[in-house]
Structures are given as structure tokens and as C-alpha cells.
Design a protein around this ligand. Structure first.
Ligand SMILES: [Zn+2]
Length: 398
């Protein structure tokens, strides 16, 4: 098979499109304008059945009307600009300097969006008859990864046989990630005048004892030979009292708990419950709940639990992707895992669909000032997606 190559005209169009994506702000729950732009581009490139689903995901197809289905999956939302003074480029400028395109979401993950759309378009020219590719640009990944892929698969009936998550991986193959559970611990005390603290029970002191126990626990978490150890971080604390001269009767702690393979939500809850029992204090722990309304008006509810996942190194999806990388780049594919969480937590972790990650951009640049992506890597990713899809669908139907 000859190499897939975007022509010079397509390369230039891809860059212009990516610049427009970066110049269109798309914070979570406000992805509408970006969705409009993406739909227009899919239609222009000849995608079929282009539409917005109930939660606001944009989907479009290339290939035949039946047969095995490969999903390319990327998210449209970005985090907010955290510290504008730390940027030396306009976060919405999409300036290209030395082959790097700068801007909010350039790396995480508008580079991946542009690459998968142009990769599928390149593939469309191949006259795929026995199989199809669906490009899914999903919403609200940053606050609740997997939420919108669940809607796409369970409520919209899109049933892929494989999923490629196009989050930044530096053109390396990510065949798994740790999971995550967000826990809220609430300690209960008794209010009293702060001039007579002995008459009350200080909920902050109780929280402090639990936090000390949590810090000890963080150093003793189980590990997995591939994904590494689980982790625990206390990321927020808030207390409430009737005034600043009253003993607080309530304190809430948030825990970001990363789960390695073999760890479950129940195990993470039980560890915290053991600390509460050992300290013999009045406190409870629960998994947080997320509620939001999408830009289409869809009411979103999710619990803050995202399971870990790993796909075997010799799974045909992984080996075919590795061959596609080698064929397109001339380099042996690096196979590892992601340190962060992605839509794969639903597609692989919940739905059990074979899933793998591969995308342009250095993940270390995500969520940071002066975020950027190498333009050359976006072209390469597009070409790898086209080759992967062709080989995967040919194998499945041969
Ligand atoms: Zn991302």
C-alpha cells in the first residue's frame, strides 16, 4: 500500500481550518459556534449524515452505509485561559511560529480534531465500500470525560466496533489510562461562640485529622506494572460557620483519587471510611455528582467516577495502528499509556469497546500558557488515521 499523503492544497486548508478552530472559543457547555464551524467543514469535505446530536456532539461519516464501524473521537471543549499574563501569544490568535501553532486548545485538542476530520476526508477518496468511519466531535470532556460519548453510544445508537481517541499523545500509542473518582468528605461539628471554643466541636479540626490520614494513605496505594500506582490528592477545602467568630460546624474536603488497574470505586470509598472509623469522628464520604446543561439544552447528570482501562498490546487495533505509524512515519511506534483521563474511560472502561489513543501534540503542553501543537504532527496524524482505517476495515471484512 502506498503512503497516504495530504496534498499541498489540503495541508494548507487543514492549517487554515485549525486556525479557525483555535480562534473560535469553546469552553465546556458553550461549544455551539465551534460545532457550527466543524459541521460546515465536514459537509464541504464530503462527509455523509453530518449532524448535531441531542447533547451537542457533531458526527459525520465516510465510507459505505454498512459494515464495521471505526470511530475517531475528540472533544471540542477547552479549559478557560488560566493566567492571561503568562501568555506571550494571543490565546485566540492561532499564530504560527517556527512550525508551532499557538493558542488555547491548540494541543488539547483542536489539533486532534482537525487531524481526524482531514484524515477521514483523505480516506473518503479511497472508496471504502465494506466499512465506515464516524468522526465524533464531543462536548464537555473537560468537566466530565465520557459523559458525551455515553450519550452518543447509549442514547443516539452509534455503535462503533473500535474507537481511536485523538487526544494529544505526541504521535505515540496510548493503550490505557488510570481511572479517577472524585470524593467529597464532609465533617460535622457543633457550633459555639469562638470565645468559648470548648463548648463546640470544630469541624475544621476534624477535617485536619482526616487529611493527615489521607496524606499517609496517598503513600501506600497499590500499583500496576503498566499503569503505575494510584494516587490521591486533596484538592479543595471549604468550611461553614455562622460567622468568623463562631466555631464551624461543617467542613468539606474534595479528593482527586486516580485509580490504577484493579482499583474500584468501592475500594476508594472503603479506604476513606476506614480513616473516618479509625479517627472516630463524625464524617461521611461520597462520590461527587455533576450537573450541567449542554449548549443544546440537554440536562447532563453524571457521577464523578471514571474507570481505568487498558487494551492488550497484541490486540489487532493496537498492532494495526503500530503498523500504520511505522508505514507513514518510517519510525517504530512507541506504545505506552496516558497519565490523564479521556473519553476512553467510557468507551473502553464502561462500554468495553476496543479503544486506543493516538494524537498530535505534547500532552505536557495541555492546560498551560502558550499551549501549542506542531503543524507537521497534525498532518502526520491525519495520514496515520487514514491508513489505520483502511487497514482495519480491510482486515475485518476480508
Ligand atoms: Zn483533552
Amino acid at each position: 500500500m502506498t503512503k497516504f499523503r495530504l496534498g499541498n492544497k489540503e495541508r494548507a486548508e487543514l492549517v487554515t481550518f485549525l486556525q479557525e478552530l483555535v480562534r473560535t472559543p469553546s469552553p465546556s457547555t458553550q461549544e455551539g459556534p465551534l460545532a457550527e464551524r466543524i459541521m460546515a467543514e465536514m459537509k464541504r469535505l464530503g462527509f455523509r449524515h453530518v449532524r448535531v446530536d441531542r447533547i451537542g456532539n457533531v458526527i459525520g461519516y465516510v465510507g459505505g452505509d454498512s459494515g464495521p464501524l471505526l470511530m475517531l473521537n475528540g472533544h471540542m471543549d477547552t479549559v478557560a485561559v488560566s493566567d492571561a499574563t503568562a501568555w506571550s501569544y494571543d490565546p485566540f490568535g492561532a499564530d504560527i511560529v517556527g512550525g508551532q501553532l499557538y493558542g488555547l486548545g491548540a494541543c488539547d485538542m483542536k489539533g486532534g480534531l482537525a487531524a481526524m476530520i482531514y484524515g477521514a476526508a483523505l480516506l473518503g477518496q479511497e472508496k471504502l465500500e465494506n466499512g465506515q468511519v464516524v468522526v465524533a466531535c464531543v462536548v464537555q470532556e473537560e468537566p466530565s470525560e465520557g459523559l458525551s460519548s455515553r450519550v452518543l453510544i447509549e442514547e443516539e445508537g452509534v455503535r462503533p466496533d473500535w474507537v481511536v481517541i485523538t487526544e494529544p499523545s505526541n504521535l505515540r500509542i496510548a493503550r490505557g489510562q488510570r481511572g479517577r473518582v472524585e470524593l467529597q468528605v464532609t465533617t460535622h461539628g457543633r457550633s459555639a461562640h469562638a470565645s468559648q471554643p470548648a463548648l463546640g466541636e470544630n469541624a475544621i479540626y476534624t477535617a485536619a485529622r482526616l487529611i493527615f490520614g489521607l496524606e499517609l494513605l496517598a503513600g501506600q496505594l497499590p500499583t500496576d506494572p503498566f499503569l503505575g500506582p494510584g494516587s490521591l490528592a486533596v484538592t479543595d477545602i471549604q468550611s461553614s460557620a455562622s460567622s468568623r467568630n463562631a466555631v464551624p460546624d461543617r467542613c468539606e474536603i474534595i479528593i482527586d483519587r486516580r485509580l490504577t488497574l484493579g482499583e474500584t470505586k468501592a475500594m476508594a470509598l472503603a479506604e476513606v471510611q476506614r480513616i473516618i472509623a479509625r479517627e472516630d469522628v463524625r464524617a461521611d464520604v461520597q462520590v461527587t455528582e455533576i450537573a450541567a446543561t449542554s449548549y443544546t439544552g440537554y440536562p447532563c447528570h453524571a457521577t464523578g467516577f471514571y474507570p481505568p482501562w487498558v487494551i492488550e498490546e497484541d490486540h489487532p487495533l493496537v498492532t494495526t495502528l503500530a503498523r500504520a505509524v511505522r508505514a507513514q512515519t518510517g519510525h517504530r511506534a512507541h506504545v505506552g499509556h496516558w497519565d490523564f483521563s479521556t473519553e476512553g474511560t467510557y468507551t473502553a472502561g464502561v462500554a468495553g469497546i476496543p479503544t486506543v489513543g493516538f494524537g498530535p501534540g505534547n500532552p505536557d503542553l495541555a492546560h498551560a500558557a502558550n499551549e501549542s501543537v506542531r503543524v507537521e504532527d497534525v498532518w502526520t496524524a491525519a495520514e496515520v488515521y487514514a491508513r489505520l482505517a483502511t487497514e482495519l476495515l480491510a482486515q475485518a471484512t476480508s
